[in-house]
Write a new protein. Structure first.
Length: 256
């Protein structure tokens, strides 16, 4: 069983490098062995120019992160951009602090459902990406994250690190979103008291059962993101990719 062609580098990991040389970073990621990236802002570059470079390199797009306001107020442009990049997935990447209240989450859920309704039947998929703060609020007996994702028209893009940071088991939590999570975020956590971001395979999260579950339950892309890196973010992405590919040989050993 192979996962190489389902692994994507989340470009927020190299956001500072992209501001200096977007094309150069894409070329380096391709040379490194990545076959896909997840878009997270274009830093002033025209979408058609970045898409042309990716097409030249053969890099696929594992969805796009966009802000909620853009999803609500500029949906036509978002979908046009998705078409340029050859993806159907656009995901709300985070929320401002003012919306992290029961009333705020109710508003966000309404907005997400409205966006999802607008693209219903078109093949486009609206999604939501979590952090740990959605686990700090309960609404109607559920975590705010569960509340936001209650309607299946809004796709989940769950993040292993932030689930673990909230004190939950990543594998057990993602099991609730089988076949409605086309993209899963892989992110490791250091084993020390900092519980900080770490390269895949160097921390406390066991990714083998997570990968196996994802392959069996509708995950199309595994997007690797590291919010902050101890050195060069490109080196961190290289290490994460190397460690993920080492797991390939073990994926088929245990079917449980």
């Amino acid at each position: 069983m192979t996962i190489r062609h389902q692994l994507a580098a989340q470009l927020s990991t190299v956001r500072y490098q992209l501001k200096e040389d977007f094309e150069g970073v894409l070329r380096e990621l391709h040379k490194m062995g990545w076959t896909a990236v997840q878009i997270d802002g274009l830093h002033g570059n025209p979408a058609k120019d970045i898409a042309a470079i990716m097409n030249e390199l053969g890099l696929k797009t594992a969805g796009m992160h966009v802000g909620l306001e853009r999803m609500k107020n500029d949906l036509k442009a978002v979908l046009e951009e998705a078409d340029l990049f050859g993806t159907k997935d656009f995901i709300c990447h985070s929320l401002p602090d003012g919306l992290q209240t029961p009333e705020g989450y109710a508003s966000v859920r309404s907005d997400l459902l409205h966006v999802a309704e607008q693209v219903k039947g078109t093949g486009y998929r609206a999604g939501y990406h979590n952090h740990d703060f959605e686990f700090h609020t309960r609404i109607e007996g559920k975590y705010a994250l569960e509340y936001l994702l209650e309607d299946h028209s809004v796709h989940a893009e769950l993040d292993t690190y932030w689930i673990r940071k909230a004190g939950l088991d990543p594998l057990e939590f993602i099991r609730n979103y089988a076949f409605r999570m086309p993209i899963l975020h892989l992110k490791d956590m250091t084993s020390d008291e900092r519980e900080y971001f770490a390269e895949i395979g160097t921390g406390v999260i066991d990714f083998l059962p997570i990968l196996r579950w994802g392959l069996q339950n509708g995950v199309e892309w595994f997007a690797v993101e590291q919010d902050y890196c101890p050195g060069n973010p490109l080196d961190s992405l290289a290490l994460s990719l190397e460690n993920l590919l080492k797991l390939e040989g073990q994926l088929g050993l245990d079917k449980n």
